[in-house]
Design a binder for this molecule. Structure first.
Ligand code: FAD
Length: 547
């Protein structure tokens, strides 16, 4: 099979136009094209009057070598033609026998889930621990906050089976480098677990929250069938680390809140960015933890129709394009970068707190992306050196401070503070909301968002919104609504690891995923889980760490 990229066709092309375009580009007769399938479909909406679909197509011809040889003489063609990459997944190790000391995976988010799956497939029978509940029970608790304003600290948007991305838009793209095509394994497993097959070939796949719930259950069943063992409601509260004869610190066991000790030499730490108590324990046990930059801001909502019109013009509503997204960046005159984060077309703003008395926003959607509003974080970059000096955990204190302010300003019952964009730009509190109805549940309190954001963030966002309106007309409309605060854009810490994926000062501890600062999003967390599981597998099988 060969792959041809950069094949551009109009949005409304006929089904057989792809084959016609392939043979035209390659200078073939139609009967020389033995078979073809779409490997990737993106769209280019830079010219709104002529939106194009951009395909990569895998195809077969009788003599591939001859075609490649002929194409080599045509620079433009050669740039877009080559062998189809081999994206199949191969395990790096296999357990010779069931291990006496089983590896432990902490966390069942995408990182822990894929680490567990790969370890189980290699025969290492992982024990998988999560502080939260199985996904169905967790769903009830999460809705408890959204419907009734009751937060369950160990079972919510952040904690429990499936991790932080379970109630999300389920966006599955990422800019990570992935030379081994591990992302293909993530997407393939998701499809086997119930995701729509199109995620394998559309450029910006998403799943939506309902399907994610079923998929997480299905993947758990697979891991269990392969010898993995899940324990929910099991929070790890301590790590026993010993200095070995080699003078290095080694992981020996983890201790759970119930007081159980699980002996292990391999711990995959996939705890996500909200496990603040666990970060504290790790730091207290001498594991190398350092402060890391992240961002703070608000969530903004516009009618989805405003975004669709701005991005797609007369093509707004086209089923191939779906609900429009956006990605915006502004470099503020106060030196702060402002950018859109986790944009959810046709979605809702969700209460994403995990600690009592603190309030956090985020966004989610269903697969259909059919809700009335578009939402996105509008966040401002912050760094430990400037904004929260004072040690590895100072970013957590910073987050807590602003989340507490938001809780108080919102009314002290998990209603979110909210403000119309017109009022925010004019520097006056909102007393009522306008045509854009905020979707956040359990409700909002019209107020002044500058009461729960640092001054530099307010100034930078005020400057950015009119700038964003230059790319998306209407972005700074009076009645667009903002809720706050958005503080969990990424982990406030990095738990640094070495080239063989061990913590830099604790062998046998494998920091992984978003919480350790090695992923940002579902897809990259899944890929990181695979990488780390491979490192554990090699170590357990006594193999070198060379990939
Ligand atoms: P997590 O998913 O956070 O999982 C960590 C797990 O560890 C949790 O299940 C937790 O219960 C468990 N845990 C923590 N501490 C302990 C302990 N001490 N003992 C036992 N268990 C513990 N990303 C996207 O790519 N696309 C999106 O559309 C998207 N939307 C999002 C919407 C929302 C509302 C949220 C909150 C996040 C969204 N994200 C999205 C981000 C994405 O969810 C995360 O990047 C991803 O889940 C990180 O994966 P992870 O496995 O590293 O950590």
């Amino acid at each position: 099979m060969l792959r041809l990229t950069e094949l551009r066709l109009p949005l409304d092309h006929a089904p057989d136009a792809i084959a016609t375009a392939v043979v035209a580009r390659l200078g073939l007769r139609r009967d020389e094209l033995l078979s073809h399938e779409v490997a990737r479909r993106a769209w280019d909406a830079r010219r709104r009057s002529a939106i194009e679909l951009v395909y990569s197509v895998d195809f077969a011809v009788a003599d591939e070598a001859a075609l490649l040889k002929r194409a080599a003489g045509d620079k433009a063609l050669a740039r877009t033609l080559g062998p189809r990459p081999d994206t199949s997944y191969r395990h790096v190790a296999h357990a010779a026998a069931p291990p006496a000391r089983r590896p432990v995976v902490i966390g069942t988010g995408p990182c822990g889930l894929f680490a567990a799956l790969i370890l189980a497939e290699m025969g290492f029978r992982p024990i998988i621990l999560d502080r939260g509940k199985v996904v169905r029970e967790r769903t009830k608790d999460t809705w408890g906050l959204w419907r009734r304003g009751v937060l369950t600290p160990e079972s919510n948007v952040q904690f429990g089976e499936g991790g932080a991305g379970t109630f999300s838009d389920g966006k599955l793209w990422s800019g990570i480098k992935d030379p081994q095509h591990l992302g293909r394994k993530v997407l393939t497993e998701f499809v086997q677990a119930g995701a729509p097959e199109e995620i394998l070939w559309v450029a910006k796949p998403h799943i939506g929250t309902f399907r994610l719930v079923q998929m997480v259950e299905s993947m758990r069943a697979k891991v269990e069938a392969l010898g993995g063992e899940y324990r929910f409601g099991t929070k790890v509260t301590d790590f026993l680390i010993e200095t070995g004869r080699d003078g290095q610190r080694h992981m020996r066991s983890v201790v759970t809140e119930a007081g159980d000790t699980i002996e292990t030499d391999h711990v995959v730490l996939a705890i996500g960015h909200s496990a603040r108590d666990t970060f504290e324990v790790l730091h207290a046990r001498g594991v190398h933890v350092e402060a890391k930059p992240f961002s703070i801001g608000v969530r903004i909502e516009h009618p989805q129709s405003v975004i669709d019109r701005a991005r797609f013009g007369t093509f707004a509503g086209n089923p191939i394009l779906g609900a429009a997204d956006y990605k915006l960046v502004h470099h503020g005159t106060n030196g702060r970068g402002v950018y859109s984060f986790c944009m959810c077309p046709g979605g809702t703003v969700v209460a994403a707190a995990s600690e009592p008395g603190r309030l956090v926003t985020n966004g989610m959607s269903q697969y259909s992306r059919a809700e009335r509003n578009a939402n996105a974080g509008i966040v401002v970059g912050i760094t430990p050196e400037v904004d929260y000096p004072g040690g590895p955990l100072a970013g957590i204190a910073f987050q807590r401070h602003w989340e507490e302010r938001a809780f108080v300003v919102g009314g002290g019952d998990y209603r979110a503070p909210a403000q119309r964009v017109g009022d925010f730009l004019a520097g006056r509190p909102s007393t009522h909301l306008g045509s854009a109805v905020p979707s956040y549940k359990p409700g909002v309190t019209p107020t002044d968002l500058s009461l729960c954001l640092p001054d530099f963030a307010v100034a930078a966002i005020r400057e950015a919104l009119p700038q964003f309106a230059r790319s998306i007309p209407g972005f700074d409309m009076e009645d667009a609504v903002m809720t706050g605060v958005e503080t969990r854009t990424s982990s406030p810490v990095r738990i640094r690891r070495d080239a063989s994926f061990h913590s830099v000062n604790t062998r046998g501890l494998y920091p992984a995923g978003e919480g350790a600062g090695y992923a940002g999003g579902i897809f990259s967390a899944g890929v990181d889980g695979i990488r780390v599981a491979e490192a554990v597998g090699r170590d357990m099988a006594g193999l070198s760490q060379e990939a």
